[in-house]
Design a protein around this ligand. Structure first.
Ligand code: MF3
Ligand code: CO
Length: 249
């Protein structure tokens, strides 16, 4: 069931989203060659808890950390570890969720560690552009797959590929609510968007082929061909004339 949130719920989701954004800001300021993914995870968790919220991902389906941190060919769900040390040239996707007074915010961003290659920069910019191209279709009266199609068109137009196995989703009282939001598809299909819907839009885009596999830890997902992957996600509110980003400061 797809819900439309009340003004009170939306206000709580703005706060949850702001806390997620504050955690991302802390990550952006701390990330550097030599830092471990565990240190970044602990920083995320501290910002969330210091703001009276709870990490959404911790223990979700048994997930063992507060953030997902995925490096280079890792697509999503990288588990933070004290033995994963970032190095110059890495691209690092950090996915963060916070639960505030019963409501979730969810947002991912890919960061550069030090100087990165032109190719890596292109993938990051292209994935971000895909997210915002999709968001440009997020508006009451449009259909859900208008967002999906625009993301795919943008990413593939730049020569990249769209991961199929993971999708965006409704978000609110639960981290994952209906509907599922693929990052590919034909336009004009699916759910009619209405004001008050809250959605997490999250393209995962590969430099090479679209295929992925899950490693033996049961979580870490990597590209099958070893090419780099990027991931950008915002939680948004659908409004009559467009959208409002909730995961922002
Ligand atoms: N943003 C991701 C999602 O919506 C993060 C979930 S990670 C998990 O699925 F650990 F919570 F599963
Ligand atoms: Co999400």
């Amino acid at each position: 069931m797809v819900t439309r949130k009340s003004n009170r719920e939306i206000e709580l989701m703005r706060v949850a989203g702001r806390i997620v954004a504050l955690a991302h800001k802390a990550v952006s300021e701390a990330i550097r060659p030599g830092i471990t993914t565990k240190e970044l995870n602990d920083l995320v968790e501290k910002v969330i808890r210091d703001n009276d919220a709870i990490p959404s991902f911790l223990n979700y389906s048994g997930y063992p950390a507060s953030a997902c941190i995925s490096i280079n060919e890792e697509v999503v769900h990288g588990i933070p570890s004290p033995s994963r040390v970032l190095k110059e040239g890495d691209i690092v996707s950090v996915d963060i969720g916070a639960l505030y007074h019963g409501y979730h915010g969810d947002s991912a961003w890919t960061y550069a560690c030090g100087e990165i290659s032109q190719a890596a920069r292109g993938l990051m910019e292209g994935t971000k552009a895909s997210l915002f191209a999709g968001l440009a279709k997020a508006k009451a009266g449009n259909r859900l797959s208008d967002i999906s199609h625009e993301i795919q068109k943008t990413a593939e137009g730049l020569g990249y590929s769209v991961v199929r196995e993971f999708v965006g989703h409704g978000v609110g009282k639960w981290l994952h609510e209906d509907p599922q939001i693929p990052n590919y598809g034909l336009p004009g299909r699916g759910l009619l968007l209405k004001s008050g819907m809250t959605l997490a839009i999250e393209p995962m885009i590969n430099m090479g082929a679209k295929e992925v596999k899950v490693l033996s830890d049961g979580w870490t997902t990597v590209t099958r061909d070893g090419s780099m992957s990027a991931h950008y996600e915002h939680t948004i509110l659908i409004t009559e004339d467009g959208y409002e980003i909730l995961t922002t400061i």
